[in-house]
Design a binder for this molecule. Structure first.
Ligand SMILES: [Zn+2]
Length: 175
C-alpha cells in the first residue's frame, strides 16, 4: 500500500466516527466506547524499559489501553492515540483476556501478566504506520479543541521536532 492510500484509508476510519467538536482524550475514549458498545479504560502502568510504551488489550466486556505512567503528558497522549489507532483499524490485539480480566483495572498489575502480554506477537510495520496515522488524526482533533488557533507548529519548530521524536519513540524506545 502506498503512503497516499494508507492516508486515505486512515482518514476514512476517522471520518466515519463523526466525532463531535470538543474533546479531551478522556472524552474521546468515552465517545469511542459508546460508539463501539464497549467501554475503553485507560490504565497507567509502569512498563519494563526497552519494551513498549503502550498496549491495547481487549477483554470480554471492555478494551483496556495501557500507557506508560512515567513519561510526559504529551507522550502519554501520543501513546494512547497510537493504541486507539490499532483498535480502530481492527488490528489483531497484543492479547485477548479471559473473563477474569477485571483484575486488569487494579492499580498494581501483576508484572508476570505484563510480561505475558509482551511475549505476544508484534504488529507488522504497515500496521504500525496505520496506527500511528490514525492516532495522529485523532489527536489532531483533540489538539484542535484545546487550541483555538488550531494550527500545527511550524515544521522546523522545536515543538514539531519534539513531537516527531516522541512519535518515533512510540513502542520503539530502543531505536
Ligand atoms: Zn503499535
Amino acid at each position: 500500500m502506498t503512503l497516499r492510500q494508507l492516508r486515505k484509508r486512515c482518514k476514512r476510519v476517522v471520518a466515519e466516527l463523526n466525532m463531535p467538536e470538543t474533546f479531551d482524550i478522556l472524552d474521546l475514549c468515552r465517545f469511542l466506547g459508546e460508539r463501539r458498545g464497549r467501554p475503553i479504560h485507560l490504565v497507567p502502568i509502569r512498563l519494563p524499559v526497552h519494551t513498549v510504551c503502550g498496549m491495547w488489550v481487549p477483554t470480554d466486556s471492555f478494551d483496556a489501553v495501557f500507557y506508560e505512567q512515567d513519561t510526559s503528558p504529551i507522550h502519554q497522549m501520543l501513546i494512547i492515540g497510537h493504541e486507539l489507532g490499532h483498535l480502530l483499524a481492527g488490528h489483531r490485539p497484543a492479547a485477548v483476556l479471559e473473563p477474569d480480566a477485571s483484575k486488569l483495572l487494579l492499580p498494581d498489575l501483576d508484572p508476570q501478566t505484563v510480561q505475558r502480554f509482551l511475549g505476544r506477537g508484534t504488529y507488522a510495520a504497515e500496521e504500525e504506520r496505520e496506527a500511528e496515522m490514525i492516532g495522529s488524526l485523532l489527536l489532531h482533533r483533540v489538539h484542535d479543541s484545546s487550541d483555538a488557533a488550531g494550527t500545527e507548529p511550524p515544521r522546523d519548530s522545536p515543538e514539531a521536532a519534539l513531537r516527531d521524536r516522541l512519535r518515533q519513540s512510540l513502542e520503539h524506545p530502543g531505536r
